[in-house]
Design a protein around this ligand. Structure first.
Ligand code: ATP
Length: 457
């Protein structure tokens, strides 16, 4: 199955979805650039998310906060003191690992957060190093995942520590008061945000699955603490799953993993991960959903001395809302959409690789080809068709190589429709429309092309 990943990584580089970053300087581990098609795919996923969860809902608003926020926020939230992972080194080969991951892979036991048990288990179960096979471990130590930076805030040359945000949610809680004061929201309502987050992961890897710099799409959905929350929670789970399916994921590749009650943070009533069956090591977290009670508003109210409450005018009640937090990883969403789309097919006279993205998710929706690039009439007509469609669809103009090669390339990019302008077009105003999945070709009149394609999407 790792084979699938290797093929996908190669395709991503070859066709401009994802490049290993800083290559001209010899590369920079676990850092990637979304290329021309990857960045468009990423934008399509963000747009779909924003449309689904903000634009189409009367009970949701968006914000866009800074990456570097007041350090007191991260002290209050517990990140400075407690956003730690357990790391362990193999004394033999000097490789570093996340202790809970090493143990889980070897025994299936989830010991996240239990340092002493991890230390004990490494020894009693004689767990072997994945890299060199020896069983000679260092102490299990805690490692804070927050990236620190310095800010020149005092103006006297002194530098203060600041942090790159390890999640986007923090900025939502500290703007709670501004949002209720400036918009018309009434509980229950949600605040959504898309943006970068940074975590100094002990071991990053598996392509864009675990990065140190990544993007999240997060929602804090505020509810009345007196009312029952289970139904709202279940609805969010369903919506998260539907979003994964809209990315192209198959239902059987998704599952829900509920965190055991004794593993939950003291404030959480329930936490469920939506997991996807990745080709490396099976089901792993794609999205998360947590009931966080009034923990976050509570700690920020206490640390800031500000009231973070909601006034329910209808019932003349004042309360601190509870919160349900659906969180979506954007890079993992991109990975799922790439994995789900990747298809190898036997076709007449050989085989092909085709990225079967859902049509609206595809980075290029329509490719327009003049049959030959050295015939000005054909090129001129193809440009006309391109101009006619470019405002409605994401289009690409391609006159490189022969048409067969262009189809092969567009299949690997996942373009649902290719349109070829040939000599007949000049006579009868029809073009060939080729379908990515069936490879069937039909002739469509130029005048009817736009409405024909609108129906297909
Ligand atoms: P994991 O257990 O895989 O480390 P997590 O439980 O720490 O994930 P959360 O804190 O719940 O993750 O973050 C919310 C979402 O952000 C995750 O569901 C995932 O999609 C994404 N995410 C978290 N860490 C990373 C990372 N290092 N690289 C890419 N995406 C990430």
């Amino acid at each position: 199955m790792q084979d699938t990943m290797q093929k996908l990584v190669a395709l991503c580089k070859r066709r401009g979805f994802v490049f290993p970053s800083s290559e001209i300087y010899g590369g920079f581990a676990n850092s990637y650039t979304y290329g021309p098609y990857g960045s468009q795919l990423k934008k399509n996923i963000k747009d779909l998310w924003w449309k689904t969860f903000v634009q189409n809902r009367a009970d949701m608003v968006g914000i866009d906060g800074p990456i570097i926020l007041h350090p007191k926020l991260w002290e209050a939230s517990g990140h400075v003191g407690g956003f730690n992972d357990a790391m362990v080194d193999c004394k033999q080969c000097k490789k570093r690992f996340r202790a809970d991951h090493v143990i889980e892979e070897a025994t299936g036991k989830d010991l996240e957060g239990e340092i002493e048990k991890m230390q004990e288990t490494l020894v009693t179960e004689k767990i072997k190093c994945k890299a060199c096979g020896s069983s000679n471990w260092s102490e299990v130590r805690l490692f804070n995942q927050m990236f620190k930076t310095e800010m020149n805030t005092t103006g006297d040359g002194g530098e203060d520590v600041a942090y790159l945000r390890p999640e986007t949610a923090g900025a939502i809680f500290i703007e709670f008061k501004n949002v209720i004061d400036s918009s018309r929201v009434k509980v229950p309502f949600g605040i959504a945000q898309i943006g970068k987050a940074f975590r100094n992961e002990i071991v990053a890897g598996n392509f864009i699955f675990r990065l140190r710099e990544f993007e999240q799409m997060e929602i804090e959905y505020f509810i009345d603490p007196e009312l029952e929350w289970e139904e709202t929670f279940d609805n969010w789970l369903d919506m998260q799953e539907e979003f994964a399916i809209a990315l192209g994921a198959k239902k059987e590749d998704l599952r829900r993993y509920e965190h055991a009650p004794e593993k939950l943070s003291h404030y959480s009533k329930k936490t469920i991960d939506i997991e996807y069956k990745f080709p490396f090591g099976g089901f792993k977290e794609l999205f998360g959903l947590a009931h966080r009670s009034d923990f976050d508003l509570g700690v920020h109210a206490k640390a800031s001395g500000q009231k973070l409450e909601y006034f329910d005018a209808k019932n003349n009640r004042r309360f601190v809302p509870h919160v349900i937090e659906p969180t979506f990883g954007l890079d993992r969403s991109i990975l799922v959409s790439l994995l789900a789309a990747y298809t190898e097919e036997e076709i007449e006279g050989g085989s092909r690789i085709v990225m079967k993205f859902p049509k609206n998710m595809a980075p290029v929706q329509i490719a327009v080809f003049p049959l030959l690039k050295n015939k000005p009439d054909l090129v001129g007509k193809a440009k006309e068709v391109f101009d006619m469609l470019k405002n409605t669809f994401t289009c690409e103009f391609d006159d490189n190589g022969n048409v067969g090669k262009r189809y092969r390339r567009q299949d690997e990019i996942g373009t649902p429709y290719c349109i070829t302008i040939d000599f007949d077009t000049l006579e009868d105003e029809t073009v060939t429309v080729r379908d990515r999945d069936t490879m069937e070709q039909v002739r469509v009149k130029v005048g009817e092309l736009k409405s024909y394609l609108q129906k297909e999407f």
